[in-house]
Design a protein around this ligand. Structure first.
Ligand code: HEM
Length: 423
């Protein structure tokens, strides 16, 4: 993150800022796709954009680390109007409780159903592709490393379980996204305010110690491009990879799944204009591709986090399976750069057999509704079980529910340009 570490990368970063083609990204854009995507210069502009409404709100709330931001917001808004020094929390609450004019409750429910129908394969893609591709963007890992994100195997395990918890909350059912009461709505607002706390704290440090984090070069922490890119790896990339595995969603399923993530992006603070662009498959694919071309640039931090992530998965199944799966989904070029080694033949065979089995299950209509209901009912219980086990071992933070609070104070780790040591 330090200027020293970045100096030798400057020519590469300069190229990424202007080029449409990244040698690590397999598919180059056709002229037509490029016209639907976002130009590198525009993406650079998006890197300078944060989530101003939530930022203002967080500044007014003064949320303390380890405390529930949603509770702080409720408390602030329950004060008499004259005691509310800032109007930002009220405006923020208005935005997150007002549905946009493109809101479609039926499509949201269908989107959730699609998730449960393909749960196992989508889960594998989210964990072995989406997270790993996020790490391949070094400008994203720079931010993640500030909060000890994936800095140890145990930490990685906790973060993965919490992210899975977030996804199961927002997918849990029709009432999950009801403003003020829905479990998924609450999680989204908490995560949005968590992102804002991280952003503001990093910016404050960058201002105090000039040269440590160059906002112009790296972008505002958790900026619009990063969030849009994350949405793409959760949505359109999943659809594309399902096809690669041989699982074909119907056009109405594709529409509903994309719509679900567009709405999620809206509540998480992604600009409405860009959320809406992710609703059609062609445009979402083009945007995902242009962001991948612009951002994929793995560095040592990317390698470190990827390895911790895969080691964390090894708590469930042998490491060989995860390595083979990640390499298969992410592709050879990015895998080589992330130092995900080629797998032994037997891991490749085992992984392919597992994928074939999952493919068969996903395409089969036998007991379909029963299977969906089973997953919807029991999978969240399994996630809660793992969370409870983690919390039981955590001496410092023992929440009763997953409240997505700021656990690690963001700290920019600077590297000495001469010897590479951390300071
Ligand atoms: C828009 C899509 C995104 C979603 C759905 C999402 C989801 C989440 C969730 C569920 C958490 C809480 C669980 C945890 O602490 O691991 C979280 C925390 C976090 N996210 Fe995101 N995220 C998104 C985008 C991003 C981006 C683009 C960045 C960075 C560039 C980022 C950085 C972070 C950080 C640093 C934390 C940890 C804060 C802490 O616990 O200290 N997120 N995110």
């Amino acid at each position: 993150m330090a200027t020293g570490k970045r100096d030798h990368l400057k020519p590469k970063l300069e190229r990424l800022k202007t080029s449409f083609k990244n040698p690590l990204v397999d598919i180059a854009l056709t002229d037509y796709q490029r016209s639907l995507g976002i130009k590198p210069r525009q993406l650079e502009n998006l890197r300078q954009k944060s989530d101003p409404l939530a930022d203002e709100c967080t500044r007014a709330l003064h949320v303390k680390p380890g405390t529930d931001s949603l509770k702080a917001l409720d408390e602030y808004l329950s004060r008499p109007l004259e005691d509310q020094a800032s109007a930002a929390p009220r405006k923020f609450m208005e935005q997150v409780t007002t549905t946009p004019n493109w809101f479609d409750a039926e499509l949201l429910i269908q989107g959730q159903n699609v998730f449960w129908k393909y749960l196992l394969v989508i889960g594998l893609i989210l964990t072995h592709y989406s997270l790993v591709m996020g790490f391949a963007a070094s400008r994203v890992t720079d931010i993640l490393s500030c909060t000890n994100y994936f800095s140890s195997v145990k930490g990685a395990f906790q973060r993965v379980i919490e992210t899975v918890k977030f996804v199961t909350d927002i997918m849990s059912g029709p009432e999950a996204l009801t403003p003020l009461t829905g479990v998924g709505w609450k999680s989204m607002i908490r995560v949005r305010l968590l992102h804002t706390q991280v952003r503001l704290r990093i910016l404050a440090q960058a201002e105090k110690r000039p040269g440590i984090y160059d906002v112009k070069e790296l972008g505002v922490p958790i900026n619009q491009e990063d969030m849009l890119g994350t949405l793409c790896v959760f949505s359109i990339a999943v659809i594309t990879l399902l096809r690669k595995i041989g699982v074909y969603m119907s056009p109405s399923e594709v529409k509903a799944y994309l719509y679900f993530w567009c709405f999620t992006g809206y509540l998480l603070g992604v600009d409405e204009e860009y959320c809406q662009k992710l609703m059609t498959e062609a445009q979402a694919a083009a945007i995902g591709e242009s962001i991948a071309n612009h951002l994929v640039d793995p560095d040592a931090g990317s390698v470190f986090m990827t390895h911790n992530l895969l080691q964390a998965f090894a708590l469930f199944l042998p490491l060989g399976v995860h390595v083979a799966l990640a390499r298969l989904l992410v592709g050879d070029k990015v895998s080589d750069n992330l130092e995900i080694p080629p797998s032994k033949w037997y891991w490749r065979i085992i992984t392919s057999c597992c994928l074939l089995g999952l493919r068969w299950m996903s395409c089969s209509t036998i007991f379909l509704q029963k299977r969906i209901d089973f997953c919807r009912k029991y999978f969240p219980l399994l996630v809660d079980y793992y969370l409870q086990r983690l919390w039981a071992k955590n001496a410092f933070h023992k929440p009763v529910a997953c409240d997505f609070v700021l656990k690690f104070l963001p700290h920019i780790v600077a590297e000495d340009p001469d010897d590479g040591s951390k300071k």
